[in-house]
Design a protein around this ligand. Sequence first.
Ligand code: AHG
Ligand code: MN
Ligand code: MN
Length: 333
Amino acid sequence: MRRITLSQFLVGRQHDGKINTDLRLLIETIARACKAISTRVNKGALADGLGSTENKNIQGEVQKKLDVLSNEILLEANEWGGNLAALASEEMDDPKPIPTHYPRGEYLLLFDPLDGSSNIDVNISVGTIFSVLRCPKLDNGSFCEPNEKAFLQPGRSQVAAGFAVYGPTTVFVLTVGDGAHGFTLDRETYTFVLTHPDIRIPEDTQEFAINVSNQRRWEAPVKRYIDECLAGKEGPRGKDFNMRWVASMVADVFRVLSRGGIFMYPRDAKNKEGRLRLMYEANPMSFIVEQAGGSATDGKTRILDLQPRGLHQRVAVVLGSRNEVEVVAGYHK
Ligand code: AHG
Ligand code: MN
Ligand code: MN
């Protein structure tokens, strides 16, 4: 079977009029940065990459060395290309406008440079998540100041989103709004090769992913749903369920894309808004999951329809196999 590379895939999308040159080059640049992060993650303890720094990010989480390094790799790769107006990241308090000595472009880029970073030191998959928006325009047609407000657009406005998983293989999943497509890093040619075209999430599933240690703090609808899953064949659902929890959203979502499943990080008495961040975790993942035929909700509202209030806002997430997400949403009504 003849396989195409990410570059060939993107050129094809450009010829079809789905993306313009700037967006193509922006995605190429992000993918190149992901390759560099993958190489760095792979070195592990050999390159003094493990462990924490002395700093905390705006969410009060201690930054791992690789969180900071991955952030720098993405910043350096994307700053000078001329495709962006500003960048925002989990590891930066405020958005960073493109410095004036570089050309500015029409897009805004958000990323979680290293997702699942608590797993770095124990050699479990981690990844990178990104979301691309258009910089809003003023009435006179010029681009507005690329500040935090410019970023606060609902997820349905995303023009592209994707993520990489640095696991046994490095994979890169992408959507530009016409399906979700997966690429595998060929380490001999150092290129991403299309290995998972047109990913489709099965509508039904018997596998859930949730951090059960929060159970006592969950809201009633989530408690009910998981209790019924655990009751198995003898319970109201009439079937047995399996459970998985990697604690790296990238790996959990890649599994859902590969064989179906439901992934949940609900709000609870401790994380009142939820745990995951709307703009650079929930939105890009929800865009990809919907493009693969799945659904994503905060329990009550489609995630892609939520109006963001802040760059680092948290949100409850229930996503994956469509019929199963519907069951959970139904319990919230
Ligand atoms: P990050 O490492 O970017 O802060 O994100 C970690 C997220 C997500 O990847 C994962 O699903 C979740 O946090 C794990 O949370 P718990 O440690 O509470 O299980
Ligand atoms: Mn994350
Ligand atoms: Mn992170």
